[in-house]
Design a protein around this ligand. Structure first.
Ligand SMILES: [Ca+2]
Ligand SMILES: [Ca+2]
Length: 197
């Protein structure tokens, strides 16, 4: 069986989503092999010329703290490759008293990505002049710099219990109005056991 391949745009969130090599919204509930993908969050936000899924902040009740992607009807013995773009907005801290953390984990246990170092750099101590950012996002009447990192993880068959998996994307921030995150271009590739590499 060939690999089963999905790209999920952030605007696809809400309800069941699948789409083959497409970043467009596609709402067909069943796909080749019956694999099914469902997002827990349905909020999107414009960044640059894209709509990304977010914004997220676990300290501010106006935003969701996390999002989940449920992958179900996974063929037995499959390996899953997941890639996505992580948008880190504002003054994320890589250490110190205001240190932040971002994780991708499985709801039933197991951390797949544990980030404590972030690209958010500034040329001045007051964090007014960003360094190497991709652009700005306007939040609470402030232009916040953002950086984007493409991330990839592989989930081996022994990490998948049963035929479904819930992935939890979560940030642990100290800044209620100064630090946010979002995701986009979430790509799920399922390699069934008999798939030729
Ligand atoms: Ca900060
Ligand atoms: Ca912080």
């Amino acid at each position: 069986m060939p690999a089963i391949f999905f790209i999920l745009a952030a605007t696809d969130c809400g309800g069941t989503v699948s789409g083959e090599t497409s970043s467009e919204s596609s709402m067909s509930p069943d796909f080749e092999g019956g694999v099914k993908l469902e997002w827990a969050s349905d909020r999107s936000f414009p960044i640059g010329n894209k709509n990304v899924q977010g914004l997220f902040n676990d300290r501010n009740p106006e935003f969701n703290p996390a999002t989940q992607l449920k992958i179900s009807k996974i063929p037995s013995g499959s390996r899953i490759d997941l890639s996505f773009d992580l948008y880190l907005i504002g003054t994320w801290d890589s250490g110190g008293k205001q240190a932040d953390r971002w994780t991708l984990g499985m709801k039933e246990g197991g951390i797949l990505l544990d980030l404590t170092t972030f690209p958010n750099r500034f040329k001045d101590p007051g964090e007014k002049v960003p360094d190497g950012n991709e652009g700005f996002v306007r939040i609470y009447r402030h232009d916040r710099a953002y950086w984007m990192e493409s991330r990839r993880v592989s989930i081996s068959p022994d990490q998948i219990r049963g035929d479904s998996l819930v992935l939890v994307f979560r940030g642990y921030l100290t800044g209620r109005k100064t630090e946010f995150w979002a995701i986009d271009n979430v790509r799920v590739t399922i390699h069934p056991i008999a798939s030729p590499r």
